[in-house]
Write a protein that binds this ligand. Structure first.
Ligand SMILES: O=c1ccn([C@@H]2O[C@H](COP(=O)(O)OP(=O)(O)O[C@H]3O[C@H](CO)[C@@H](O)[C@H](O)[C@H]3O)[C@@H](O)[C@H]2O)c(=O)[nH]1
Ligand SMILES: O=P(O)(O)OC[C@H]1O[C@](O)(CO)[C@@H](O)[C@@H]1O
Length: 679
């Protein structure tokens, strides 16, 4: 497969990228280069071209001139759009027509057209859409950072931002798939875009080449660079590494530090904010931000406590993390919103605890790596307090530092490419016909289909042999994107249907378009009787503690059970005249759904859509939120590792209780019903 990546902004070169040299030379380039290097090492990928915009600007050097560059198997093509000026991303839209024309010329100059285009960031989407319309090449889109989120967190807008948002809408509208790095990006950030249909968004966590960060050592150069700013360079370091742009909120971090005398006593602050010669020569936003940072240091008289080095080489960055680790310090990402946050992975790999914004991708990262705490980025006291706690509590520091070691294994480009390449193959493959299914098997995910890799492999072999006859569905408490992401990472082929968020959403896999499509009729029935304000009134009255914001959605209000009795909660809603479905799982979670909506009613809807009688449906589950579908199904399978009293439930006396656990238990149940001839 020949993949063409397009990324237009910033200073892109195949080797020794100087991150932070301009406001647009940041994470998207690191992501793209690391992805491309791993991707090309896979035998299924025959060629990768990276297309960017050429320019020739005296301050940046001649290396970015229009032309071509190669490095091993990677080729870089710099388009000539007729202007040699370096343009910040806000100005690129004025060159779209010329860039499309130059891109068209490049495509026509090739012996063979790319099989698929991967566009990075809004403007690249314009070129990808142009090529799709002109040459019929499918494209995938990675946003990296979305304008509508920036507008929301900064609480202001301007023409450039509105133009960018319109370009993003245009790019996502025609994209065959949208790749998101985190669940937050897929579910909360893309929710701002009318054209970003949920079924086309795939969460594929990026990798991050962390080899330079694991075991990173302090270099004398970096130690001296920092020491020359500080009165007492032995104190723990609070480190931030970010491009000097407003969204990264470095000023908020200085204000938090300035407002906390105890933090100033306990630690120094080190800000690595891009590279600069003269501040006056920087682009406008970087210039303004740096001037604001210097003014704040001066205003609060933080001299001797804050270091803000002028220049670093890419290879100095690991040494900064090492210096902060050696000092017993902490890494802080105070961004107003961080779409994903590669620096948090770098810090994790360098065994440096983190304090990170609770807005965006860090939610996923910190939940997975357990290497620090999340804070509200506009709460200076919370930022200072979180830093202080980590630098003064040694046992907490050690816990966070050691937990970060798993980051490299969790965020790995090879695992990313396994899923990513399968997605690209699906997009270029000629669609296969949908079989006339005779049976339907619906499985819960956690502790049912997943949980034991060997039995999953066995199950998948069986499923492949039945795939013309048996439709495979999923019914899970997870959200759709979380479900789809974990299934893909465990190598489960796209199921025919995913029932998610405890039955409140249904997505069908459309084989022609190789993407999922939400069942609109089901959505309407969920929305019809949804009365969130009344649910919140009752929840407040009985003191229910809500789960995170991302777990709340139309048709699902999620709380913690906190030792309550399910009947007691049901009574409270009944006595207030609020008609709902109450679902509990693992004695921990409590979901309030619209009356009549649960995994069971969703399974019935799916069977009806497939035109299958109830006797042709089998369902498998392990815990409380599977009760509805297990009870209402003629062929329920309870896997051997059941919980929440499922195996002892008199209403489930018709269920097959497997001896085997997880997917092997599902298979045992299926074979039992097949042998009886009843399914
Ligand atoms: O002065 C600097 C500033 C940053 N960096 C490096 O540049 C990268 C920055 O990446 P990230 O922290 O993820 O931020 P952005 O540059 O803003 O990248 C965008 O794209 C990334 C990849 O999709 C996402 O992780 C981000 O959330 C998104 O904002 C990291 O490797 C940093 O170490 C430097 O080397 N020097
Ligand atoms: O902060 P913004 O305006 O979303 O811009 C993000 C910029 O940073 C990057 O994400 C970092 O490289 C670029 O894709 C983009 O130019």
């Amino acid at each position: 497969m020949f993949v063409c990546h397009v990324a237009l902004q910033g200073c892109l070169k195949l080797d020794q990228t100087v991150y932070g040299i301009t406001a647009d030379t940041g994470g998207h380039i690191k992501y793209l280069l690391e992805l491309a290097r791993t991707s090309i090492s896979d035998p299924t990928i025959s060629r990768i071209d990276i297309v960017t915009r050429g320019f020739d600007e005296a301050t940046l050097g001649p290396v970015y001139r229009a032309g071509r560059e190669t490095d091993g198997d990677l080729r870089l093509v710099r388009l000539d759009d007729g202007s040699a000026e370096y343009l910040p991303k806000e100005a690129l839209h004025a060159r779209h027509a010329q860039l499309c024309e130059a891109f068209g010329k490049y495509l026509l100059s090739l012996d063979e057209l790319p099989d698929v285009i991967h566009a990075h960031y809004a403007d690249a989407g314009v070129l990808a859409r142009y090529a799709k319309e002109k040459f019929d090449i499918p494209y995938v889109f990675t946003g990296h950072s979305l304008g509508a989120v920036k507008r929301e967190v900064s609480d202001r807008t301007d023409d450039a931002l509105e133009t960018r948002i319109a370009i993003e809408e245009n790019a996502v509208e025609a994209a065959d798939a949208i790749i998101a790095s985190s669940r937050d990006e897929a579910e909360a950030q893309y929710a701002h875009y009318a054209n970003a249909e949920s079924g086309r968004i795939r969460v594929i966590p990026p990798g991050c080449d962390l080899s330079d960060f694991e075991g990173a050592e302090v270099t004398p150069k970096v130690a001296n660079e920092v020491a020359r700013f500080l009165n007492d360079s032995d104190k723990p370091i609070i480190l931030a590494i970010a491009r000097p742009v407003r969204k990264k909120n470095l000023l908020g971090l200085i204000e938090a530090y300035a407002a906390s005398p105890s933090l100033q006593d306990a630690a120094n602050l080190v800000l690595v904010a891009g590279c600069r010669g003269l501040i006056a020569d920087l682009e406008q936003e970087c210039r303004e931000v740096l001037n604001e940072l210097l003014a704040a240091i001066d205003k609060h008289d933080l001299y001797g406590k804050v270091a803000y080095p002028k220049f670093h080489e890419p290879e100095d960055i690991p040494a900064y993390y090492a210096l902060a680790r050696q000092s017993g310090g902490v890494f802080v990402n105070p961004a107003l919103n961080e779409p994903f946050g590669l620096t948090l992975l770098e810090a994790a790999a360098a065994r440096l605890p983190v304090v990170a914004t609770d807005s965006g991708g860090p939610n996923d990262i910190v939940e997975r790596c357990k290497n620090g705490t999340l804070v509200c980025p506009i709460d200076p006291e919370a930022i200072a307090q979180a830093c202080l706690e980590i630098v003064t509590d040694r046992s907490q520091w050690v816990r966070f530092a050691s937990a970060g070691g798993d980051a490299a294994a969790t965020y790995d480009w090879r695992s990313h490419c396994d899923v990513y390449h399968r997605l690209l193959e699906d997009l270029v493959r000629v669609p296969v016909r949908v079989p006339q299914y005779q049976r339907l098997l619906i499985c819960d995910i956690d502790n049912t289909l997943l949980g034991d890799r060997n039995s999953l492999r066995e199950f998948l072999r069986w499923q492949a042999s039945q795939s013309d006859d048996v439709a495979l569905g999923i019914a899970t408490g997870r959200s759709f994107h979380s479900a789809q992401s974990i299934l893909a990472s465990e190598g489960v082929p796209n199921p025919d249907v995913i029932i998610s968020s405890v039955g409140t959403q249904i997505h069908w896999f459309d084989r022609d378009r190789s993407c999922f499509v939400e069942d609109a009729a089901w959505r309407r029935s969920v929305e019809r009787d949804w009365d969130r304000p009344s649910i919140d009134d009752v929840a407040n009255e009985i003191g229910l503690r809500p789960q995170a914001l991302l777990e709340q959605r139309t048709g699902k209000a999620s709380f913690f059970l906190d030792g309550r009795d399910k009947q007691e909660v049901e009574r409270a809603f009944r006595s207030n005249g609020v008609s709902v479905e109450v679902v509990t799982s693992h004695q921990l979670y409590l979901d309030i759904l619209p009356a009549g909506i649960n995994k069971g009613s969703a399974v019935s809807h799916v069977a009806d859509e497939l035109g299958l009688l109830r006797a042709r449906v089998a369902v498998a589950g392990d815990s409380g939120n599977d009760l509805g579908m297990l009870r209402s199904c003629v062929h329920p399978i309870i896997v051997g590792n059941w919980s929440d009293g499922l195996g002892d439930d008199p209403a489930l006396s018709h269920a097959y209780i497997a001896k085997a656990c997880h997917a092997a238990g599902v298979l045992e149940g299926v074979k039992h019903f097949q042998a009886r001839g009843s399914w």
